[in-house]
Design a protein around this ligand. Structure first.
Ligand code: ARG
Length: 471
């Protein structure tokens, strides 16, 4: 049997004879992680107290004392001078108890017409809204770094791959610009989720609203929410907004992880397309030559955690009856770690892109080895010699086989040798075989031609607001 030597809760202990057991305290307490919400909790309490005073539910004097007390507590916590207590379970009761110590009687009126159920729902919404605003800033910064590197490399040719086999020539700028779009959609997903986060549960009380004459529109307005949530039961029970955040975070982390994997591949000695800076690599304790892309590998792995958190949240919510159940306390650690993991992944990726050295010669050499203009040759045979595409494909394939046999790039083959395969081809075929021409020929909207990429980049800068002056 677990020991039971605790004091009764000064907040809810009225109907109890003794306090909870040690074990109960341990499983029940959330202060070790929810103290991160102190600022949001205080903000919510200040708004609630102001509304209570406006509605004449508490006096202006009570409000003044509560406000000053809460501000003092904010300072104490921010300065690291606050002593959090496990006995007081969570951030709400830690703050309320301290408020009582500081201001006495008025502190006991703060919780009028409120419950910890609407209080915590409010805190998490305020927290996630703030995190999304910071995320938008971080993701924009990543887009800016991608943009700068892309703009400089619209003529830096590399193999475009399918199946990780050389497919067609593209520019490195074009490749990076693909990620500007993905990150752009991540930003949009978070903004979209922000809309549903930005509704106020405060005043829903425990589950059914309250008989006090509160003004939920006022607290919503004071906290910068778009509106009070229209159903109190929904307001305290729902965490779909948190699930949406975790889902957007999962998708974003997956995007980062795809780029991270490319960085790992590009920086191998076989590819050698890029070099990462010393800032984002580590050495080996045994192999002196090693420069390992650990940061990229970690960004590649981090979605494992974030997806896991999504799954935790979804599992907690699944089948949970309305309204509040303590299960909902388990939403916090997954959310907080999602935030932390995503933030550091974005920052590390931004740093790697910013510092990355590009080895254009290695990219071009790899490209030439892969005969990437074979499709252009087939297209040319259709247009110039009137072949069917299937015949043209066959002829081009034979010319590729010849180049492989001669260990030559397509554009370095002799015309006489080419003509043994297709006698009607002349000197003009070399314009087609040249990889620079092949890249620039793909000038369709969204294609890899340098001029096209530059156009799209210009437009992306406007669409994603990348020209603002903030860093
Ligand atoms: N710590 C709790 C949580 O995070 C706060 C709400 C507690 N509500 C309750 N009825 N016990 O969910």
């Amino acid at each position: 049997m677990s020991k039971k030597n605790k004091q009764k809760s000064s907040i809810w202990g009225g109907r109890f004879k003794t306090g909870p057991s040690d074990l109960m305290q341990e499983i029940n307490s959330s202060i070790s992680f929810d103290k991160i919400l102190y600022s949001e909790d205080i903000e919510g309490s200040k708004a609630h107290a102001k509304m209570l005073a406006t509605q004449k539910i508490i006096t202006p004097e009570d409000f003044k004392a509560i406000k000053q007390g809460l501000e003092k507590i904010h300072e104490e916590i921010a300065a690291g001078h606050f002593s959090f207590s496990v006995e007081l379970e969570d951030i709400h009761m830690n703050i309320e108890t301290r408020l009582s110590e500081l201001i006495g009687e008025p502190a006991k009126r703060l919780h009028t017409a409120r419950s910890r159920n609407d209080q915590i729902a409010t805190d998490i919404r305020l927290y996630l809204r703030n995190q999304i605003d910071q995320l938008d800033f971080l993701l924009k910064k990543l887009q800016k770094e991608l943009w700068k590197k892309a703009e400089k490399n619209t003529l830096t040719l590399m193999p475009g791959y399918t199946h990780l086999q050389t497919a067609q020539p593209i520019s490195f700028g074009f490749h990076l610009a693909a990620y500007i779009e993905m990150v752009g959609r991540d930003r949009e997903r978070f903004q979209d989720c922000r809309k549903r986060i930005n509704e106020s549960p405060l005043g829903a009380a425990a589950l059914a609203g309250t008989s006090f004459p509160i003004d939920r529109h006022l607290t919503a307005k004071l906290l910068g929410f778009d509106r009070p949530m229209p159903n109190a039961l929904d307001a305290v029970s729902s965490r779909d907004f948190a699930l949406e955040f975790a889902s957007a975070a999962t998708i974003c982390a997956i995007h980062l992880s795809r780029l991270a994997e490319e960085i790992v591949i590009w920086s191998t000695d076989r590819f050698n397309f890029i070099q990462l800076s010393d800032n984002f690599t580590t050495g080996s304790s045994i192999m002196p030559q090693k420069k390992n892309p650990d940061a990229a590998e970690l960004v590649r792995a981090k979605p494992g955690r974030i997806m896991g958190h999504f799954t935790s949240l979804a599992t907690i919510l699944k089948g949970l009856p309305l309204a509040y159940g303590k299960d909902l306390q388990e939403d916090k650690e997954p959310l907080f770690d999602t935030q932390k993991t995503l933030f550091i992944s974005i920052a590390a990726m931004t740093g790697m892109i910013e510092d990355m050295h590009i080895n254009a010669t290695a990219m071009r050499n790899a490209l030439q080895r892969g005969h990437p203009t074979a499709t252009d040759l087939a297209d040319f045979l259709v247009v110039k010699l009137g072949k069917t595409f299937r015949d043209a494909h066959h002829i081009s394939g034979k010319i590729v086989a010849l180049a492989d046999e001669n260990k030559s790039a397509l554009e370095d083959l002799n015309l006489a040798d080419i003509q043994k395969i297709e006698p009607k081809l002349d000197q003009s075929v070399y314009n087609i075989l040249k990889i620079d021409n092949a890249c620039n020929a793909r000038s369709s909207f969204g294609g890899t031609a340098s001029a096209q990429v530059k156009e799209r980049l210009k437009e992306a800068a406007v669409r994603f607001d990348l020209d603002d002056k903030e860093n």
